[in-house]
Design a protein around this ligand. Structure first.
Ligand code: S3P
Length: 448
C-alpha cells in the first residue's frame, strides 16, 4: 500500500497544552516480530503492531516468500512460521522494501542463508540511494552473492548461499547490520560470533532470548553474542509498546513550548533506545519515566514531560547508538537553545533515509541558525530569540519521515511558516502523528 502524496503547511504557533497521549507502536519491534515469527516453528502472535508503510512492506515481502500472515483483530496478527531455511521464492521474484532500511538489511540477512534463492531486491527512491556495501560484504561471508558486482545500492540481484557458513563479526554502530548477521547466522552450519563494543539496540537479541539452544549473550565491556545455527526457534507471543522514537517529537514539542505538560503512555524504554531522553535530562529537561513494566524482555512505561529551559547540548559519541534516530529533532532543540551545542560521532547519519546532517543544516540555515559540520561532528550556534521576520522554511521531497516531523515541530514552536513536501513519508513510522498533533492543538494545512 502506497499512501497518496500530500504537502503540509504550518503557519501558526502552538498554544500551551496539558494532555495525555499514546504514540504509535514501535517500528523496530514490529518489523522484527514478523521476520522472526516467519522463521520460527508454529504460530507466532504479535499484538499492538505498528500499522505503517514500513510494516506493510514487511508483511508483503514475507507473503511473497510463502509466509501466511493473518490479521486477528485490532493491530493483532498471527504469523504462520515456516521454520528456518524454508522461505521460498520462484526464480526472478522481486522484493520491494519500500522506504525501510531495517526490513532490507534484516530480511537480506535471513535470505542470504536460505538456500536456493535468486531474488531481485529494491526499495523506494530514498532507500535505493542508501549504501549497502557493508551489508553486501557481510552477507558474502555467509556465501551469498550480489550482482552487479561492485554496485552498492539497490536494485540488486541476490543469490543465497548454498552452503551457509558461520563467521566472526566485529560489530560497529549499526543495529541493522548486527541483526542481519544474527538472523543469517541462525541457519548456518556452526556458531556465528558477534563482538559488540558499542551497544546498539538489542531487540533482535531480546526476541530470540528464550531460544537458549540458538543464542547465548555474554554481557561485558564488549558483549559477545553467539548464534548456534540450524536449531529450531520457538514461536513468539508479543505485545509491542509505543515507539520511543515517535514519542521524541512530542517530547521536544512539550519541552520547547511554554507552560506545557505531556504524559505519553506505554512507551518502550529499552536502555539501548533512550539516549535522547537521558541526554536531555542531563541538560536540564524535566522528563520522568514512570510506571515501568516488562514484556518479552522489553521495558516499557510512561514518559512525563514539562516545559523546560535546556542548556546547550554536548553529545559525546557514546550517545550515537542510543539516540540514532533522534538527531534531527535534537538539532532542532539545539537550534532553539541559546549557546553552542556539539554532537560528536554522527558520521553514519549521512546514510539514513536522507543525509540527515546536510539536510538539517539546510533547514537551520533558512531560520538563520549557523551550523558547522566536520569530521563526523556538528556544531549548532543556537538562538532562543530568533528574528522571525520574513523567514520561511521549505523542505523538499527527501523521503525522510524524521526530517518532516522535525520541521513541523520547529514551525509550531517558532511560528515561522513551513512548507513540507511529500509529508506522507511520515506514514512509514508514525501514522498517528498528525492526529496526535491535532489533539495537542497544533494547526496545519494539508495540500493534496
Ligand atoms: C534500526 C537501526 C538504526 C535506526 C533505524 C532502525 C533497527 O539503523 O536508524 O531507524 O531497527 O535496527 P542503523 O542500524 O543503520 O544504525
Amino acid at each position: 500500500m502506497i499512501s497518496k502524496s500530500f504537502n503540509l503547511n504550518v503557519n501558526c504557533l502552538i498554544k500551551p497544552f496539558n494532555k495525555t497521549v499514546e504514540v504509535d507502536p514501535d517500528k523496530s519491534l514490529s518489523i522484527r516480530s514478523f521476520l522472526i515469527g516467519a522463521i520460527s516453528q508454529e504460530i507466532s502472535h504479535a499484538n499492538n503492531v505498528l500499522e505503517s508503510e514500513d510494516v506493510f512492506s514487511t508483511i508483503n515481502c514475507l507473503k511473497r516468500l510463502g509466509v501466511s500472515i493473518k490479521k486477528r483483530g485490532n493491530k493483532s496478527y498471527a504469523i504462520y512460521g515456516k521454520g528456518l531455511g524454508s522461505l521460498f521464492a520462484k526464480k526472478n521474484t522481486k522484493l520491494n522494501f519500500g522506504n525501510s532500511g531495517t526490513l532490507a538489511r534484516l530480511l537480506i540477512g535471513i535470505l542470504s542463508t536460505t538456500p536456493n534463492l535468486k531474488i531481485k531486491v529494491q526499495g523506494d527512491h530514498s532507500l535505493n540511494k542508501r549504501n549497502m556495501k557493508r551489508l553486501i560484504e557481510l552477507m558474502s561471508e555467509f556465501g551469498a552473492e550480489f550482482a552487479p558486482k561492485g554496485k552498492h545500492n539497490f536494485p540488486l540481484e541476490m543469490t543465497s548461499s548454498e552452503m551457509p557458513v558461520c563467521f566472526k563479526y566485529n560489530a560497529g554502530v549499526s543495529a541493522q547490520l548486527k541483526s542481519a548477521v544474527i538472523l543469517g547466522g541462525l541457519n548456518t552450519f556452526g556458531t556465528t560470533e558477534i563482538i559488540e563494543k558499542q551497544k546498539s539496540r538489542n531487540h533482535t537479541e531480546n526476541l530470540l532470548k528464550k531460544n537458549l539452544q540458538s543464542i547465548k549473550i555474554v554481557n561485558g565491556k564488549n558483549n559477545l553474542i553467539k548464534i548456534y545455527g540450524k536449531k529450531t526457534l520457538k514461536p513468539l507471543n508479543i505485545n509491542i509498546p509505543g515507539d520511543p522514537s515517535s514519542a521524541a517529537f512530542f517530547t521536544a514539542l512539550t519541552l520547547l513550548n511554554r507552560n506545557s505538560f505531556l504524559k505519553i503512555k506505554n512507551v518502550g524504554l529499552n536502555h539501548t533506545r533512550v539516549g535522547f531522553y537521558e541526554l536531555l535530562k542531563k541538560h536540564g529537561a524535566k522528563i520522568l519515566f514512570k510506571n515501568l513494566k516488562k514484556n518479552n524482555n522489553e521495558i516499557y512505561g510512561d514518559i512525563i514531560i514539562k516545559s523546560s529551559k535546556i542548556k546547550p547540548i554536548r553529545a559525546s559519541q557514546e550517545y550515537y547508538v542510543k539516540a540514532t534516530d533522534e538527531y534531527p529533532i535534537l538539532f532542532i532543540i539545539a537550534a532553539l537553545t541559546k549557546g553552542i551545542s556539539i554532537f560528536k560521532g554522527i558520521g553514519d547519519l549521512a546514510n539514513k533515509e536522507s543525509n540527515r546532517v546536510k539536510e538539517m543544516q539546510k533547514i537551520l540555515k533558512q531560520i538563520g541558525v549557523k551550523t558547522i559540520s566536520s569530521k563526523g561532528q556538528l556544531k549548532i550556534y543556537g538562538n532562543d530569540n530568533l528574528n522571525k521576520k520574513n523567514k520561511k522554511i521549505k523542505v523538499p521531497n527527501l523521503g525522510d519521515h524524521r526530517i518532516c516531523m522535525s520541521a513541523k515541530v520547529l514551525s509550531l514552536i517558532t511560528g515561522i511558516p513551513v512548507r513540507i513536501k511529500n509529508f506522507e513519508t511520515v506514514f512509514t513510522s508514525s501514522p498517528s502523528f498528525l492526529k496526535i498533533m491535532k489533539s495537542l492543538g497544533a494547526k496545519f494545512e494539508i495540500k493534496k
